[in-house]
Design a protein around this ligand. Sequence first.
Ligand SMILES: Nc1ncnc2c1ncn2[C@@H]1O[C@H](COP(=O)(O)OP(=O)(O)OP(=O)(O)O)[C@@H](O)[C@H]1O
Ligand SMILES: O=c1[nH]c(=O)c2[nH+]cn([C@@H]3O[C@H](COP(=O)(O)O)[C@@H](O)[C@H]3O)c2[nH]1
Ligand SMILES: NC(=O)CC[C@H](N)C(=O)O
Ligand SMILES: [Mg+2]
Length: 533
Amino acid sequence: MTEVIPHNSFDTILVLDNGSQYTHLITRRLREINVYSEMLPCTQKLADLGWSPKGIILSGGPYSVYEKDAPHIDPAFFELGVPILGICYGLQEIAHRLHADNVVAGTAREYGHADLQATRFGGHVDKLFEGLEDAMTVWMSHGDKLCNLPEGFHTIGTTKNSEYAAIAHQTEPVYGIQFHPEVTHTPQGGQLLKNFAVGICGAQQTWTMSEFIGQEITRIRNLVGPTGQVLGAVSGGVDSTVAAKLMTEAIGDRFHAVLVDNGCMRLNECAVVKDVLQEQLGINLTVVDASEEFLAGLKGVHDPEQKRKFIGGKFIDVFEEEARKIEAKNAGKVEWFLQGTLYPDVIESISFKGPSQTIKTHHNVGGIAERLMAGHGLKLIEPLRELFKDEVRELGRQLNISAELVGRHPFPGPGLAIRVLGEVTKEKVDAARHADHIFISMIREAGLYDDIGQAYAALDPSRAVGVMGDKRVYANIILLRAISTKDFMTATPYPFSYEFLTKVSTRIVNEVQGVCRVAYDFTSKPPGTIEME
Ligand SMILES: Nc1ncnc2c1ncn2[C@@H]1O[C@H](COP(=O)(O)OP(=O)(O)OP(=O)(O)O)[C@@H](O)[C@H]1O
Ligand SMILES: O=c1[nH]c(=O)c2[nH+]cn([C@@H]3O[C@H](COP(=O)(O)O)[C@@H](O)[C@H]3O)c2[nH]1
Ligand SMILES: NC(=O)CC[C@H](N)C(=O)O
Ligand SMILES: [Mg+2]
């Protein structure tokens, strides 16, 4: 039986990655039009693929096709008979394989905006530009170019610098474009990709989260079998909650969720997560209060990396113990461990980084999985590994998870421990937690929450002098941080109004014990990071 995984049950466009920074965007753009797409490195052999793509896109890449060590696509893909679209390096690869002299280093590099003029020939050749205007704004990023029209092709588009900026084979569904349709700077790029995937490859636009739920539940049931038990760590964050709800839909109480209270959670967090996951979503959840163990172990530890190391290790200890308890209670072996891996993690681990560099292997959050897999022989189950974050959010909405939870700001596993600078004590965590609660509540009341990528209050244990009620005080400083970001890789400080920050500051100084100053962090990332430690 063919396994129920997306590329076996949805029409799939295969993207072969030649190392471009934008390859994942091709996959994104196709998914946005409900066409399922997967990315694999350009070193993929057709013989090892094991499934049938409806069409193939060859991405851009940093190499020059004529260089000695440049990567080349397995020729078998060209014999497969499915439509092929080459983008930038991909176009150059199509031209180069027909004749080595077809691609040369250009005299002028072309970066950024270019004006493309399309030419129509009739028949399938025109399908790539169907419905697009003849004069197109496109976005380029290349130094090499085609110096000859490859044999058997028509030129369907030219720019000032590139005589063969777009080509189509006269009889076969093979196309190549020098520009990047996947970036938003190519306004008609989305339509072009749709023309290729839907119009040329005939892919059905069936990739929706409601379709995915049904198929994924079937897949989980087949994988786990009629009696298998699955364990999963949940944080109350979006990914683990959505994954846990999906598991519960598939196998009910044979899925065991564990939330660890590490003593550094936000105000009422464990109670709220328990209420939402257990009472509202019907997830079989155990909350383990290990707060004292964590706080005891953090005593005297000042170094951020040592704090993280201790928390990560302790986390696994607590989790392993809980796994044994659950096994004892169920009088049966737990065979599976749930992990909320997302597609960007998968892409990160498989993208083509070049012949001389090793391709990074996929790493798991906190190492919980590795230790449980090694120690307990648990197998990994990753129901979100084909999904992007916005797809996970949509999946959450389809699974009736509240908009509030689905839109939650990320919260790091070590929690407030990395937001109390230096040594962590219960008093300092309490102060940071209280200030954080005031800040976030005021952000919500002001209607700003969904506009901000992430916000929190941290505690600087240095002391400053203040005067409160005519008395001299010598107390800690609260640091407020809020950022705007697309992907959490880069970020800018959120532009609150002066009035808003003043109000927050007044409340924190008045209400939080041991604090006499409030500062707002204006640092971007880079050079700052989002968390303090
Ligand atoms: N307090 C906790 N108890 C149990 N598991 C936890 C805890 N904190 C973190 N984890 C585990 O670590 C994983 C990594 O957290 P991560 O923040 O990447 O994802 P998330 O919390 O599910 O979602 P989000 O990215 O929206 O916060 C979680 O999915 C969960 O499995
Ligand atoms: O689960 C997590 N465990 C961690 O140890 C951790 N450290 C940082 N983060 C989150 O990652 C994003 C980027 O944070 P930085 O700019 O501080 O690296 C931000 O969203 C951070 O909150 C973590 N999440
Ligand atoms: N973006 C690309 O794919 C660039 C391809 C090739 N490295 C060039 O410079 O032309
Ligand atoms: Mg989280």
